[in-house]
Design a protein around this ligand. Structure first.
Ligand code: 3SL
Length: 244
């Protein structure tokens, strides 16, 4: 097995596809997706374009769908939800499909959607992702951070490191053999530096700061939890994720 970390979709090769690709957007898209499926959502369907989301979701029964739209951290006017995992109670999302478009996370999923298996990872479901990779043993694994509008995000690379660290700890293989690129090794080092203070890391991150200015303190706390959701969002058709 070879593990690769890419900090953003822009840095991810577009002329190859791995056996397994994992999209990471800790703040907050992939934390929200794990939460929705853990709370009994039927599926999560992702869109980069808001108009296309409106069009496709129109064909879905009104009581079986929720529309979530986020731009710049805030809810898009007219949508049922923004992108806070704290809004996704089982009473609200149970049995429904979440049609979602966010600034960066949904773009990441679109960039890796051709991989043989496509998952989403966050700190909250890190162990479920690690266990799936250990069980299925793909030859090449890409862990792709979402960043912010093309630039690096501290929290996504740290979470990529948490996933890579979890896999490497359980495989009897030296890191140098497992690493597909240098980014994977530095992501693990970043995670190891912050592993006992993930909330502190989120407070240092520029997108964490942006969310704090929007009064999303509780979202940061929620997204900083490690291994709290035993759920694996997995792509069943391009753009559609269901609970594995
Ligand atoms: O960029 C994204 O995809 C979002 O997760 C950003 S936010 O945390 O909802 O602001």
């Amino acid at each position: 097995m070879k593990l690769f970390v890419f900090h953003t979709p822009e840095l991810t090769p577009s002329n190859q596809t791995p056996d397994c690709a994992i999209a990471v957007d800790v703040l907050r898209a992939t934390s929200t997706m794990a939460t929705v499926l853990a709370a009994g959502g039927e599926a999560v369907q992702v869109f980069s374009d808001l108009e296309q989301l409106m069009q496709v979701s129109e064909s879905w029964a009104g009581d079986k769908r929720l529309r979530a739209g986020e731009r710049g951290g805030a809810r898009v006017p007219g949508f049922d939800l923004g992108n806070s995992p704290l809004d996704c109670s089982s009473e609200l999302v149970g049995g429904k499909r979440l049609f979602i478009s966010t600034t960066n996370g949904t773009r990441t999923l679109q960039c890796i959607q051709a991989a043989n298996s496509v998952l989403t990872g966050a700190f909250v479901n890190r162990a479920a992702v690690v266990n799936y990779v250990l069980k299925t043993k793909p030859e090449t694994v890409w862990i792709v951070g979402s960043g912010w509008e093309g630039s690096y995000s501290l929290e996504d690379t740290a979470c990529a490191g948490a996933i890579a660290h979890g896999i490497s700890q359980q495989l009897d293989q030296p890191l140098v053999k497992l690493a597909g690129n240098d980014e994977m090794i530095s992501a693990i080092a970043l995670y190891q530096q912050w592993q006992n203070d993930i909330l502190g890391l989120l407070h240092h991150a520029s997108h964490g700061q942006r969310l704090l200015r929007l009064d999303c303190h509780e979202d940061l706390k929620y997204c900083s939890q490690l291994d709290t959701l035993d759920v694996l969002p997995i792509q069943t058709e391009p753009g559609v994720l269901k609970k594995f």
